[in-house]
Ligand binder design. Structure first.
Ligand code: PLP
Length: 476
């Protein structure tokens, strides 16, 4: 075993990992990266098929991002946002506000104007949570503001973010630490009890037969809260696709409909775009969007302006840990007052507004908004669509769901019955292990295999990713 692998085994505790399994075999020790390729200590090459857990956008060691970080490093790496402003964070905040502007006409008056920086998805969600809680108390007189989120939701691992989540497997253990939040049915066409369509060899959203019962359930839950004297103040949602829940996409129009329900009732919307942000959701109609300003955020695709937009993973192109919570002038104003009124937002982190992170994020935004890169993403989105068609011939493939540059492939015992694999069978893990042997790295979510390629992925690399996936599924 390599010396570094031994040290890892001896000292490092890995996230979301059964360490007994981990210690059974030599880990892949990554020492370098170039574009969509990662290299390990033994000189082996792997395709990074989940963009290093959904963080990387433009590939590894991108010359523009590396140069931006180096340039900033030559000046100053970090200074505190407690008491001081800095150059890249000021520039970045203005760029994020501009990028989040609606693409098409949205509700009048709604826009995001202020940026609160933090370090990762979880902390950015905590910021949104605290701001929403306090704003509901100050502006609407709510005594104990309540949150509603979707079944299967994942919004991070800090205690507040866990409270907003509903993944039993992760969250059960900490129940005593958490506060209560409401949950409501998420649209999940493939396994929707209201979907009357028989299994077909196509994305379940397209073949579905229903009357939008999932929207009805949100309406019912919101109204129940109101009737019982415990109204919800905020609705928390990953727009267009729930990530860690299993790459579960929403049928087109769902987001707009539930957002309208919230607006009618004065309920604020927290959009967790930690996974979906920065172009990951592609464009819903590539042909129509080719000329327009490309949407960077999922909300923009359905002309929804949330009260809180939460960004992390891809913010810096995946190079530095940094996050941001965007919000409205109205929320900002609720915290204004004389010093001695103590209306200040009492929250912050040592590395808030980190200069290296902000410099990387600015370089990443330049790339994201360049015409060449927009065309490249469109090409990759279409290529992914084409390549995924190859999976439908496999009996263990139940659902193939793509939104933009993300795909979730749900493995089942038999596609004709949608019969799932039991979690203990580790179907997803087995497929991903087989893919790793073929030089393709990704991580499953239960029985769902994720393909989430960096935007720089070439056609040959994408084909290789899908080849490895097919090989893995056939080996099941
Ligand atoms: C990853 C993720 C988070 C948590 O982000 P961290 O940076 O891991 O704390 C929150 N929400 C969503 C949707 C995520 O995908």
């Amino acid at each position: 075993m390599h010396r570094l692998a031994r040290l890892d085994h001896q000292y490092v505790w890995h996230p979301f990992t059964q360490m007994r399994d981990w210690l059974r075999r030599e880990p892949i020790v990554i020492v370098e990266g170039q574009g969509a390729v990662l290299g390990d200590v033994h000189g082996r090459r792997f395709l990074d098929a989940n963009s290093s857990i959904w963080t990387n956008l433009h590939g590894h060691a991108h010359p523009r991002i590396n140069a931006a970080i180096r340039r900033q490093l030559g000046r100053v790496a970090h200074s505190s946002a407690l008491g001081f402003a800095n150059e890249p964070a000021s520039l970045l905040a203005s760029r994020l506000v501009a990028a989040a502007r609606p693409i098409r006409a949205a509700e009048a008056g709604a826009d995001l104007r202020k940026v609160f920086f933090s370090d990762d998805g979880s902390t950015a969600m905590e910021v949104a949570l605290k701001l929403a809680y306090e704003t509901a108390r100050r502006k609407q007189g709510a005594i104990a503001p309540r949150f509603l989120s979707l079944k299967g939701a994942y919004h991070g691992d800090t205690v507040g973010a866990v409270s907003l989540g509903h993944i039993d497997l992760f969250h059960r253990a900490y129940k005593g630490l958490l506060f209560r939040t409401g949950k409501v049915m998420a649209p999940y066409c493939y396994r929707c009890p209201f979907n009357r369509a028989k299994p077909e060899r196509t994305d379940a959203r397209l073949a579905r037969k229903c009357d939008w019962e999932c929207v009805g359930q949100v309406e019912k839950t919101l109204d129940q809260g109101q009737r019982r004297g415990k109204p919800f103040s905020s609705f928390v949602v990953e727009p267009l696709m729930q990530g860690a829940a299993g790459m579960i996409p929403q049928p087109q129009g769902w987001l707009k409909k539930v957002a309208a329900l919230c607006r009618e009732r004065g309920i604020s919307i927290i959009a967790d775009e930690v996974m979906t942000g920065f172009g990951r959701m592609g464009v819903s109609d590539p042909a129509a969007n080719a000329g327009a300003r490309a949407p960077l955020f999922a909300c923009q695709q359905e002309s929804v302006v949330p009260d809180y937009l939460v960004l992390a993973k891809g913010l810096t192109g995946g190079y530095m840990p940094m996050a941001a919570t965007l919000t409205t002038q109205g929320v900002f104003d609720a915290f204004l007052g004389e010093y001695e009124e103590f209306k200040t937002f009492f929250h912050g982190h040592s590395f808030t507004g980190n200069q290296l992170g902000a410099a990387a994020a600015l370089a990443s935004l330049d790339l994201l908004q360049s015409a060449v890169e927009i065309r490249r993403r469109l090409r990759l989105q279409r290529l992914l669509e084409r390549e995924l068609q190859r999976l439908w011939s496999l009996a263990h493939v139940g659902d193939v769901r793509q939104v933009g540059l993300v795909a979730g492939i749900e493995l089942v015992r038999d596609w004709k019955t949608r019969q799932p694999f039991a979690l203990q069978e580790r179907a997803g893990i087995r497929v991903c292990d087989a893919m790793a042997k073929r030089g393709v790295l990704t991580r499953p979510i239960g029985s769902v295999v994720v393909l989430l390629p960096p935007y720089c992925t070439t056609e040959a690399q994408l084909v290789a990713m899908v080849d490895a996936l097919i090989y893995g599924i056939k080996a099941l």
